[in-house]
Design a protein around this ligand. Structure first.
Ligand SMILES: [Fe+2]
Ligand SMILES: [Fe+2]
Length: 167
């Protein structure tokens, strides 16, 4: 049943798994640099992408297909925050474009439910895009001060939480 949809759903699973790996990698490195706001944003988004995998997998199994669990790309070892955000916005833009296209293909194949799943993913990916793009804007506007401020906030928290610290 709906073999074309299963192929598209598995392509989406691969894309989402790649996003999970890449965003978690960015999360680790932002955390390491003391950038709490960005590290949390990457982690939260990675978790949402994992939930997308689950949504796609549920539909694949309903259609009696196999969930391939292939990761769609290698993790890029980027440590520069601006480059991270540029890559993340590009990934979200490309996912939204693909899912819009695949929703239309599902409509042509008379699979309304898979179409709706892709449409719901477009809404989330556009929101992810906007969040990353907003951070990119902040970085452009405030430059290194923006990152320094996040590191200072982290130091304050660490000091307050440490006995004898913060004096
Ligand atoms: Fe996603
Ligand atoms: Fe996304």
């Amino acid at each position: 049943m709906h073999k074309e949809s299963v192929v598209l759903l598995n392509k989406a699973v691969a894309d989402e798994l790649h996003a999970v790996h890449q965003y978690m990698y960015f999360h680790f490195h932002c955390d390491d640099q003391g950038l709490d706001l960005l590290s949390t944003l990457f982690k939260r988004t990675a978790i949402e992408e994992m939930l997308h995998v689950e949504k796609l997998a549920d539909r694949i199994l309903f259609l009696k297909g196999e969930v391939e669990m292939v990761v769609g790309g290698d993790v890029k070892k980027i440590h520069d925050v601006k480059e991270m955000l540029e890559m993340a916005t590009a990934m979200e833009e490309s996912s939204a474009k693909d899912y819009n296209k695949w929703a239309n293909e599902c409509a042509q194949n008379a699979d309304s439910v898979t179409k709706q799943i892709f449409e719901s993913l477009v809404v989330d990916e556009e929101r992810h895009y906007a969040q990353y793009d907003n951070e990119l804007d902040n970085l452009g506007k405030y430059g290194k001060d923006y990152l320094a401020l996040q590191s200072i906030e982290r130091s304050k928290l660490v000091n307050v939480g440490t006995p004898g610290g913060g004096n």
